[in-house]
Design a binder for this molecule. Sequence first.
Ligand code: NAD
Length: 321
Amino acid sequence: MSKIYITRNIPDAGINKLKEKGYEVDINPDDKVLTKEELISALSAKPYDAVLCLLTDQIDKEVFEAAPQAKIFANYAVGYNNIDVDTAKEKGIMITNTPGVLTETVAEYAFALILAIAHRIAEADKFTREGKYKGWAPKLLLGSNISGKTLGIIGLGRIGSQVAHHAKNGFNMNVLYYDVKRNEDFEKEIGATYKENMEDVLKESDIVSLHVPLIDSTKHLMNADRLKMMKKSAYLVNTSRGPVVDEKFLVSALRDGVIKGAALDVFEEEPELAEGLVGLDNVILTPHIASATEETRSKMSEMTADNIIVALEGGTPPNLV
Ligand code: NAD
């Protein structure tokens, strides 16, 4: 009977699929991220054939070596920057992710952040709860329209294109994008404009939304120089990965009016936040929940299980990276 280890409890759908196959499924009993030592110790307990891991697990050579029988490490996320894929390939271990099923949800969430930061929704909620609302006032908490404005997308993949679609069709925005790969069909379909230099997107956009994976070339993609290129009136929205932005510089940029505001779902040293971030009113902070709807997390659970099942039955999993 194949043995599966799941590093943290996930929605039932996928777990049930694995159990229905007759697999022995062990789940980390505590609702917390395992330290590397704990993960190694858990994996060493039995000869596991597959591991279902999360983006909060750092999967490296030592972890692979703790599960020498495992054919597959199936990540419960579309991003897989937490896994040493090169070492996995050397060892013949399959790595899979969950692309597509969360695109719509993350794009909706990115848009929710765009609307929330431009209309100061989090700030207004806090203001009201604190009992500061003393009556309608003509200049109370003035925000910015987004309709007709320019949205800059950095990384026009699955999620970035969906955000572009909402911007164009929902809010009649002008959409600019930069990606290492140009997509002319999408440009024609949506009416988006490709910029060969990312800097042109930054200079011309009222809102910049980040949708790149975290890889060597995207670490601190939004560094001090690039943040300074944005309009003073512009907002930055990050639902990609925290280290794509130099968070320390972002704090001073927000404090000194280099840009007008930011909405962040991801952070450089999660769950830690850069010093000074929490004290700022012109930033929205959410705890990495862009894909967190019941429907989507359940689909991710099934997709991760399907990848494991196919691998253990000797096939090539559909979402091999
Ligand atoms: P995708 O692979 O479809 O799209 C990524 C795009 O980025 C591709 O078009 C790629 O060409 C482009 N790209 C790569 N390097 C680039 C660079 N240096 N400059 C510009 N463009 C570059 O991926 P996706 O499904 O759209 O997901 C994007 C990322 O979103 C994931 O890798 C993940 O890290 C993040 N994500 C976050 C959450 C969350 O909860 N906040 C949820 C899902 C995904």
